[in-house]
Ligand binder design. Structure first.
Ligand code: SAH
Length: 394
C-alpha cells in the first residue's frame, strides 16, 4: 500500500534530515500537495522538493506542526508493526534502567513515537495521545501495547488541553481490561498509592525519580517542607528516610488526603496543609516557622513562550518565599518543569532571591528528568525539567 505524498518546499527537508521530526505548515509545498486535501491524522510519505522520500509520518492540516515523522524508512508506514518495534526498543531501555515496572514506558518524540506518552504502573498502562495522527492509530496502539507488555488494563488519559491544538476532544477511556481506582508503585523503598482516573496528568511524576533519590542523603534529623506536594512523593520519602518532620502543602485536598494515606502505607506521619502555595509560605513565614529542607516543585508557570516574563517573576517570588522559611544552612530544592523557562533563568531567580534576603547560595547539585524521559538531541522541547539543590547560608 503506497501512502499519499506530502511534498516540502525547497530545502525544507533539512531540519528533518538533521534529526528533527516536525514539519511546520509553512514548509509544505501546498501548491503541489495542499494541506487541506488531507484528513487530520492521515498517514503520508514525506518527500523533499525533488521528490526524494524523507520517510513516513502523519499529517494534521489544522495544526501549526502539520506533520510528524515516524520512520526514516519509506518502506515502513505508520502501522501496528512499527509501533510494536518502537515500543520494544522503548521497553528494553526501561527494563535496563529499573528493577521494577514503574516508569514512563514511552516518551513521545524521544522514543520516536511523536504524540504518544505511556506510563507503566506494573500491570496497568496509562497512555496519553496528543496528536491526530496517533489518535487515528489508537486501536493499533492498544494492540501493540498488548503484544509488547501484556498489561491487565490500558487507560487513555486523553484529557490534556494541548489536544485542542490538534482539534481533538478531551476524554478518558478504558481501552482494555479492568482497572482499580488506584495502583501501588514503589520508589526508593517507599510505596505509593497512585490515583488513576482522578490524578494529575497520568497519575505519578516519574520524571523526578532521580532528583528524589538525590534528596535522600540530606534528610537525617531535618524538618522538611514539600510545597506543591501532590500525593506526597517528596515529603513521604523524606519522612521515611530520616527526616524529623515533613509538611506537605498543596491546593488540592484530594491530593493531600491521598498523601496522608500514602504516609500511613509507609508507617510514617506527615503534616498537610491545604492552601495556595504562595499564601502558605507567607503564613508560615509570618508565624516564624523554619525548615531545614524546602522543596519547591510547582506546575509549569511558563506554558507558552509569551508567558516567560510573568513566569520568571513567579519563580523568583516563589523561591524568595521558600528561602524565607529556610533555616540558616538550609537546603532549597527548586524545580521547574517549564520547557520555556531556561535553567539559567531559574538560577538567576534563586540568586536574586538571595540578594533580596541577604543570603548566600551554593549550588550543590543540578538535576534534570530521569532517564525514562530521554532527551531527543534534535528537539530541545524534550528537555524540560530542572532541579537545583541549593545550600542557603546565612
Ligand atoms: N511534587 C509533586 C508534583 C507536583 S504537581 C510530585 O513530585 O509528585 C503540581 C501540584 O501543585 C499539584 O498537586 C497541584 O494540585 C498543585 N498546585 C497547583 N497550583 C497550586 C497552588 N497555587 N498552590 C498550591 N498547590 C498548587
Amino acid at each position: 500500500m503506497s501512502l499519499p505524498p506530502l511534498l516540502l518546499k525547497k530545502n525544507e527537508d533539512r531540519r528533518l534530515r538533521a534529526g528533527h521530526l516536525w514539519v511546520f505548515s509553512n514548509e509544505v509545498d501546498i501548491k503541489r500537495t495542499p494541506l487541506k486535501a488531507f484528513a487530520p491524522g492521515e498517514a503520508v510519505e514525506i518527500r523533499a522538493h525533488n521528490g526524494r522520500a524523507v520517510g513516513t509520518g502523519y499529517v494534521n492540516p489544522n495544526s501549526l506542526i502539520c506533520a510528524r515523522l515516524l520512520s526514516r524508512d519509506a518502506a515502513h508506514p505508520p502501522d501496528r508493526s512499527l509501533l510494536v518495534h518502537r515500543l520494544n526498543i522503548a521497553l528494553a531501555l526501561r527494563e535496563r534502567l529499573y528493577a521494577q515496572p514503574f516508569y514512563r514506558l514511552a516518551f513521545g518524540e524521544s522514543d520516536n513515537l511523536p504524540g504518544l506518552v505511556v506510563d507503566r504502573y506494573g500491570e496497568v498502562l496509562v497512555a496519553q495521545i496528543t496528536t491526530a495522527g496517533m489518535e487515528m492509530m489508537k486501536a493499533d496502539i492498544v494492540a501493540a501495547l498488548m503484544k509488547v507488555v501484556k498489561p491487565s488494563g490500558i487507560l487513555f488519559r486523553n484529557d490534556v488541553g494541548i489536544r485542542e491544538l490538534e482539534g481533538l476532544p478531551l476524554y478518558t477511556e478504558l481501552a482494555h481490561g479492568t482497572l482499580a481506582e488506584a495502583v501501588i508503585i514503589e520508589e526508593h523503598g517507599c510505596r505509593f498509592e497512585v490515583p488513576l482516573t482522578g490524578g494529575q496528568k497520568t497519575g505519578w511524576f516519574f520524571d523526578q525519580y532521580d532528583n528524589r533519590g538525590r534528596l535522600l542523603r540530606y534528610l537525617p534529623g531535618k524538618r522538611v517542607l514539600d510545597v506543591f506536594s501532590y500525593v506526597g512523593a517528596w515529603g513521604i520519602q523524606a519522612a521515611a528516610h530520616g527526616a524529623r518532620e515533613a509538611l506537605c502543602v498543596d491546593s488540592s485536598n484530594t491530593a493531600l488526603a491521598q498523601a496522608t494515606r500514602n504516609a500511613a502505607l509507609n508507617g510514617v506521619q506527615i503534616g498537610t496543609r491545604e492552601a495556595d502555595a504562595f499564601d502558605a509560605l507567607r503564613e508560615l513565614h509570618a508565624a516564624g516557622e523554619k525548615f531545614d529542607v524546602v522543596v519547591l516543585d510547582p506546575p509549569a508557570f511558563v506554558k507558552r513562550k509569551k508567558d516567560l516574563m510573568a513566569g520568571r517573576e513567579a519563580y523568583q517570588r516563589l523561591n524568595q518565599l521558600g528561602m524565607q522559611v529556610l533555616n540558616r544552612d538550609g537546603l532549597l530544592i527548586s524545580c521547574s518543569c517549564s520547557y520555556h523557562m531556561p535553567a539559567e533563568a531559574l538560577l538567576a531567580g534563586i540568586q536574586s532571591a538571595c540578594r533580596h534576603l541577604d543570603r548566600e547560595a551554593q549550588v550543590l547539585e543540578r538535576g534534570g528528568q530521569a532517564a525514562d524521559h530521554p532527551v531527543h538531541p534534535a528537539i530541545p522541547e524534550t528537555a524540560y525539567l530542572k532541579a537545583f539543590f541549593v545550600r542557603v547560608v546565612g
